[in-house]
Design a protein around this ligand. Structure first.
Ligand code: SAH
Ligand code: SF4
Ligand code: F3S
Length: 582
């Protein structure tokens, strides 16, 4: 009997297909007794390469494994089940992946029940799964981006039949809801709004590895975001290969601006989104970003190239002028908006003049940050068969010049931040110096500063002292405890009795009849003092009678009684706070 069961293998022609309509499936998350028994006492580890789509897949796979009973470990040697979650966007990403799989040979040698899984975008490429099983015979499960939600079923079948399985489907793709999730960060969350991509930029493998562009229903996105807000998350990033396309597949006028606005209204302190395609970035999106203070003034707007001819061959659907006009429009409405980008150098037959156009865009935009790549041919994409007479040395020289040009604006923008104070969401201890904390500004700039670790997850003010181009050094503004106090105040403010008290207080403060009564009480008190000083007993008694009448109407006023009752209701909560502070 064959040791491997090949259930399906990827097919690039099928992956190109965009015909069928997607279906929405509700996952039941079934854990068989076999899987649950196996998971007992076993630890899993997931190594993820690539973009946020893969990070989110990792969280979902972690969700399945934890539902089954596995616990997470970061210790490679201690892992009983490892998943290598791969990226196919460039060739070097693949090389790293192969090295990673090689690391777990010892786990297999030590523990015969060790389960080695490989998944992600690279598996969606033809021939890769076969190459992996031939090179690494201890790989037990191979699956793709479309069947992440089958992880536990595949594991069950592997355990039941004692066989290795390959199941990589190429089809446009469905939407699965009710996915379990074990999020990697307690304060910052990614939320998928669209899956896949229909842009088919000629260099890019993503439309083949992730399938057709499909939007999640608005209600499902809102429900997920609401849960995150309630759980105390500070930041949500709405994810899609091209977020601007959100809702277009519903054909009912829904747009990205709508979902952005609805999520902003949920009150998440920081809202981000990525990635935006310059082609269909409309005015409504710009207006929405400008309107809500919790939508961060940071836009990742990949330009890829500044040359109209290269952009045309890339299939990007905009030219240099359209891109620069869009940037100008964004800056006109959101003057402090930071813009970052992705740029590919050395696209087939890129000339020196083409490359100069790219440098020109960089100088004109003044990017806040940028990811730069040397073009990497991807088998099955149209660009992979384009003629390319540019040698590797020229490409490398251009890459070095591009990085230097970008650094000019990155450095100028970072230097301009010195001396100013910015809100920073604290991630925790800094990776480069554990005595420091680090976090990101609203414009996504990394800042290191000294402060107590209990500020993790808080948004604090930091004054920037020094720029190191790609990161900043700063000083915390204010007493660290004051941020905690604000938090306590916020929590208390959510208690019903506190809300009722403030409502009663507002009604009390704003009532005109009470203002009149109060004015009368003060006036009569003053009269009483004056008449008493003059020994004018008659008038004194008259003023006193009017004073007592006014006092009586004050004491009997319903808004006064409401406020007193609300104060009484608050008493137990205040006692509790007092007891905890002792
Ligand atoms: N959907 C996003 C991200 C796609 S992948 C977008 O459209 O911007 C992230 C980046 O990888 C791309 O923006 C592009 O700059 C780069 N990239 C994609 N394919 C590549 C290739 N074949 N060679 C080099 N870089 C590539
Ligand atoms: Fe790739 Fe273009 Fe889609 Fe981005 S928009 S994922 S670069 S095909
Ligand atoms: Fe890589 Fe797949 Fe993302 S190819 S960049 S992990 S969509």
């Amino acid at each position: 009997m064959a040791k491997k069961i090949i259930k399906s293998l990827p097919d690039m022609a099928k992956a190109r297909n965009r015909v069928d309509l997607p279906t929405v499936k509700i996952d039941e998350v079934m854990v068989t007794t076999r899987v649950a028994k196996f998971a007992q006492g076993r630890r899993y580890l997931i190594k993820t390469f690539g973009c946020q789509a893969n990070i989110r897949d990792e969280e979902i796979m972690a969700g399945y494994l934890e539902k089954a009973g596995f616990t997470r470990t970061e210790d490679e040697k201690a892992a009983n089940l490892v998943i290598v979650n791969t990226c196919a966007v460039r060739e070097n990403a693949e090389e790293k992946v192969l090295g990673e799989i090689g690391k777990y040979k010892a786990n297999h040698a030590k523990d015969k029940s060790f389960v080695m899984c490989v998944c992600g975008c690279m598996m969606q490429e033809e021939g890769v799964a076969e190459k992996i099983v031939a090179t690494y015979p201890y790989v037990n499960l191979i699956f793709g981006t479309h069947n992440v939600s089958n992880l536990l079923d595949l594991l069950d079948e592997h355990l039941e039949k004692n066989k290795d399985l390959i199941d990589v489907i190429s089809y446009p793709g469905d939407i699965v809801e009710n996915l379990p999730s074990s999020r990697l960060d307690p304060y910052k969350a990614f939320v998928n709004i669209t899956y896949g991509c229909d842009k088919f930029c000629t260099y890019c493998i993503v439309p083949y590895t992730r399938g057709r562009e499909r939007s999640r229903a608005k209600e499902d996105i809102i429900a997920e975001c609401k849960e995150l807000v309630e759980a105390g998350y500070q930041e949500i990033t709405l994810l899609g290969q091209n977020v601007n396309s959100y809702g277009k597949d519903f054909k009912d006028g829904t747009s990205f601006a709508d979902i952005l606005e609805e999520v902003a209204k949920l009150g998440i302190p920081r809202l981000r989104f990525m990635t935006s395609h310059p082609w269909d970035f409309d005015d409504k999106m710009i207006d929405t970003i400008a309107k809500y203070p919790n939508i961060m003034h940071f836009i990742h707007l990949p330009v890829q190239s500044g040359s109209d001819e290269v952009l045309r061959r890339m299939g990007r659907r905009y030219d240099k002028k359209a891109y620069l006009d869009l940037v100008a429009k964004i800056r006109a409405k959101i003057p402090d908006c930071a813009i970052s980008t992705d740029i590919i150098v050395g696209f087939p037959d890129e000339t020196d003049a083409d490359f100069e156009e790219t440098l020109d865009v960089c100088r004109k935009v003044g990017y806040f940050s940028a990811f730069t790549f040397i073009y990497s041919p991807r088998k099955g994409t149209p660009a992979a068969v384009m003629k390319d007479d540019v040698d590797a040395k020229t490409k490398h020289e251009r890459f070095v010049r591009l990085v230097a040009t970008i650094e000019e604006s990155v450095s100028a923008k970072a230097n301009a931040m010195v001396g100013h104070t910015y809100a920073v969401l604290v991630d925790g201890p800094s990776k480069k110096d554990s005595d420091l904390l680090s976090g990101y500004t609203e414009t996504n700039k990394l800042v290191h500063f000294k402060a107590p670790t209990y500020l993790k997850g808080h948004i604090v003010d930091v004054k920037i002292d020094e720029s190191h181009t790609y990161s900043l050094i700063g000083t915390l503004v204010g007493d660290p405890l004051s941020y905690m106090a604000k938090d306590i105040a916020k929590c208390l403010g959510e208690e019903e009795v506190v809300k009722a008290y403030f409502a009663a207080k507002k009604a009390f403060d704003e009532d005109l009849s009470l203002k009149e009564i109060n004015a009368k009480i003060s006036a009569k008190q003053k009269e009483m003092m004056d008449f008493s000083a003059k020994n004018d007993t008659d008038n004194y008694e008259k003023a006193k009678a009017e004073y007592l009448k006014a006092k009586q109407s004050y004491d009997g006023h319903p808004l006064v009684n409401n406020l007193l009752a609300a104060q009484d209701d608050l008493e137990p909560l205040l006692k509790e706070v007092e007891a905890r502070l002792k």
